[in-house]
Design a protein around this ligand. Structure first.
Ligand code: ACM
Ligand code: ZN
Length: 547
């Protein structure tokens, strides 16, 4: 009789195990090493709890994130529980998911993920590393309609670390305003893809998007345009008022939302060009004194800040002083791209400044080029005094900024290599691989209208950020990679999702994998599984690589 019950129970357990769905560690980005020992795995059921070190708020939040992700994927709801400092990890972790810290892990964001019959352990050097391990576990789970019999996690030993410390996405909220909710969703996308920087473009010719208390007209006037050109700078205007801005409180909310996910927001106030919205609000900052209008058109405009006037520097410093109280990032983006010299060449104050500063161009330079250098170096100094460093587009290379400034290489990859040789830190974001506002297929007839170009998923995947010509020392200056989403022609969230998904997944593998581990065909298989998460969230995904 005893034997009969034993047999029955064994059959019960086996049938439970048989019905459980199975996790798959082939996720995007693929972890550095994944070894699957022969031993038994772990049946994850609702009896497991997520255990974290007590009195560690970051780890507690990590535990709650994991519980939420497991719930999202499998419908199971795991509890969370602090682990007393004196408790034995092996005992507390048994049957559970244990989150732990280990200073012996080398990389700041490195982590290990171990599964065996006793349970699951995610260990990071830092809570950020643990969070990245949590993302890997999350992505390895199947999407389930009902919790059923739980999930079998095959035994595994994963050790992972990102290739680059800077793993970014950019979002232009100036050309079109996007709600706070969408910005949060975008941050969720970054977290899912293991990224850690959001470059937030919040000022441009077509709109100023952040409250600056000392200059209220920036948002009363500069945040609004009375219409937008139809199609690509046609002479027809839609005459629809467009705009919006984020209060400083809202920006702080975004900063915290991102920081909870170990993502730093880098704000960009683009200067001295791309400033029409600010000039419309404060015309005295321009060479001619205006009047100016928040632009209805796209492109590059001759009216820019006047570096001949002290009031311009007062404005820039006041704006940056408020900005750095909102954004704790130690690096601030000040744009610097596409600044025409037309007005400066004719402005007596600008010409006087050139004379006073003794700016003498060398071959291939104009004295107005050096004037942008003068402007930028003053801004750079101001940031240094406030404990910040400067980040700007690669035009700054011709401005004589010092080596502490980081260069964003967008006009191809060459400026990035050149900057690294000059000793600058560099973020690679070349238009021909990293501009996600470009078309993502050659067959554009059925695509939403776009700025042009062509950057397909395979082009993103193939991009190698470190130029072969760089020495080992120079290569260390390549801090990472970022893709940009300019929004001239992207007006609503689902369209933005369509442009970044799934190209972001390809970018994630560029940011995480060593070049010899990249394999496009294998990536496409992993991507299909990642898409189940995109679909779970009802994100709008471009289908070209799934057809
Ligand atoms: C840029 O695309 N103008 C940086
Ligand atoms: Zn001027």
């Amino acid at each position: 009789m005893k034997n009969f019950f034993f047999l029955l129970c064994t059959l019960c357990v086996l049938s439970v195990v048989a019905k459980a769905q199975v996790a798959n560690y082939e996720v995007v980005p693929l972890p550095k090493t994944v070894s699957q020992p022969a031993g038994a795995g772990f049946l994850l059921s609702e009896s497991a709890v997520v255990v974290y070190p007590e009195e560690n708020a970051d780890m507690e939040r990590n535990a709650r994130f994991l519980s939420d992700y497991v719930n999202e994927m499998t419908r199971m709801r795991l509890g969370t529980q602090p682990m007393p400092a004196k408790a034995k990890a092996a005992k507390v972790g048994k049957g559970n998911i244990l989150l732990a810290l280990d200073g012996k892990i080398q990389n700041e964001e490195g982590y290990t993920l171990t599964v065996n019959a006793k349970g699951v352990v995610i260990t990071g050097k830092t809570p950020a590393g643990v969070f990245l391990g949590i993302q890997t576990l999350r992505k390895s789970l199947p999407v389930m309609q009902e919790k059923g019999q739980g999930v079998t996690l095959p035994a595994v030993s994963i050790a992972d670390e990102p290739r680059f410390p800077y793993r970014g996405m950019h979002l232009d909220c100036a050309r079109h305003f996007f709600s706070l909710d969408f910005v949060k969703e975008y941050i969720d996308l970054l977290a899912l893809h293991g990224m850690n920087r959001l470059h937030w473009h919040i000022s441009d010719d077509q709109g100023w998007r952040i409250e600056i208390k000392k200059y209220p007209r920036l948002t009363e006037i500069g945040a609004w345009r009375s219409g937008t050109t139809i199609s690509r700078n046609s002479d027809v205007d839609d005459r629809v008022r467009h705009g919006g801005f984020y209060t400083q409180e809202e920006c702080r909310e975004i900063v915290k939302y991102a920081a909870d996910r170990y993502i730093t927001i880098i704000p960009e106030i683009d200067m001295p060009g791309h400033m029409l919205a600010a000039l419309a609000a404060y015309p005295e900052l321009g060479c001619t004194g205006g009047p100016y209008e928040v632009s209805h058109l796209w492109g590059i405009f001759p009216d820019v800040l006047c570096p001949g006037k002290e009031v311009t520097f007062q404005f820039v410093e006041d704006v940056l002083a408020e900005l750095i109280t909102v954004f704790p990032s130690d690096i601030i983006h000040i744009g610097g791209d596409e600044c025409p010299r037309d007005r400066w060449a004719e402005c007596p104050l600008c010409q006087q400044r050139i004379k006073d500063e003794g700016l003498v161009p060398q071959e291939g330079q104009t004295k107005e080029d050096l004037l942008q250098g003068y402007f930028t170096r003053r801004v750079e100094k101001f940031l240094h005094v406030h404990g910040k460093t400067l980040l700007g587009w690669d035009e700054l290379l011709s401005c004589g900024v010092d080596q502490t400034s980081t260069i964003m290489s967008w006009r191809g990859a060459e400026p990035g290599a050149k900057a690294a040789k000059l000793g600058h830190d560099v973020i690679m974001t070349p238009y021909n691989a990293m501009y996600f506002d470009y078309y993502q297929t050659g067959d554009i007839l059925y695509e939403p209208f776009s700025i042009g170009g062509n950057v397909q998923v395979k082009d993103v995947y193939a991009f190698e950020p470190v130029a072969a010509e760089l020495t080992e020392e120079e290569a260390k200056h390549i801090l990472g990679v970022q893709a940009n989403l300019w929004t001239e022609y992207i007006t609503y969230p689902q369209h933005a999702e369509y442009m970044v998904l799934p190209r972001m997944a390809a970018l994630a593998e560029v940011q995480w994998l060593q070049p010899d581990k990249k394999d496009y065909d294998a990536f496409l298989v992993r991507l299909k599984r990642l898409k189940t998460i995109y679909d779970l969230h009802h994100w709008t995904v471009a289908q070209h690589v799934f057809r």
